[in-house]
Design a binder for this molecule. Structure first.
Ligand code: ADE
Length: 229
């Protein structure tokens, strides 16, 4: 690996990461801020994209195409679907899909467009590193499917639809778009999320309450993974 990209969606998701780094060089590009550091001999670019699939795609593409990153790690929070996932628990995506991509009118399955695929798989190698780190730390991290869409989900109906349609374990608003970009550009990627809410009627309240603490849980574990790369 020559250069590592670390991404979040919201400022709260990258603030706990930036605390680990010194001598950060700031570059402003395409209405966003990119933080470049050398950490233990590794060149890293850090950025938050802003919320949603479009901003996340732009940031992931920029980190790869402009900054030359050849591996991408994402850290942030998610809403739980799998009842095993409680607030503060972590999930590593083994595959991701777009739950709001819908051309079923033309007979295609949910999440599919011609020449694409419903699911994009993340890097097995990076997941193996994460597993080894979790074992070393004595923590449990669930591996599962993450569904992404441009909606903050806060209803049981929507959550049930995503669960039934994609067998997803958690949902958020950026992961699958980052996955599509990385897959197209041949860049191994890893999506980590700590649960901030359960995507139900309390989700808005829980998200506000747990965004910072769950973002920190995700960031702290991500740094332990970076230490092994
Ligand atoms: N990220 C964290 N919680 C979420 C939710 N309920 N819906 C979409 N993205 C989220």
């Amino acid at each position: 690996m020559k250069k590592l990209a670390i991404m979040g969606a919201m400022v709260e998701e990258i603030e706990p990461l930036l605390e680990y780094f010194e001598n950060v060089k700031l570059t402003e590009y395409a209405n966003n801020k990119y933080y470049e550091v050398n950490y233990k001999g590794l060149d890293i670019v850090i950025a938050y994209s802003k919320i949603g699939k479009v901003f996340a795609s732009l940031t992931a593409s920029t980190m790869i195409e402009k900054f030359g990153c050849d591996t991408l790690l994402f850290s942030g929070v998610a809403g739980a679907i799998n009842p095993k996932l409680k607030i503060g628990d972590m999930i590593v995506a083994n595959k991701l899909c777009q739950h709001d991509l819908d051309i079923t009118a033309f007979g295609h399955p949910h999440g599919y467009v011609p020449e694409g695929s419903v699911f994009v798989e993340s890097s097995k190698e990076l997941r193996e590193v994460a597993k080894a780190v979790a074992k070393e730390m004595g923590i449990e991290v669930i591996e599962g499917t993450i569904a992404t869409g441009d909606q903050f989900v806060h209803s049981s109906e929507k959550k049930d639809f995503i669960e039934k349609t994609f067998q997803a374990d958690a949902l958020e608003m950026e992961g699958a778009s980052v996955a599509v970009v990385c897959n197209a550009l041949n860049v191994p990627f890893f999506i980590l999320r700590a649960i901030s809410d359960s995507a139900d009627m309390d989700a808005g309240f829980d998200f506000d309450e747990f965004l910072k603490s769950s973002a920190k849980i995700s960031a702290d574990y991500l740094i332990k993974i970076v230490d092994k790369l």
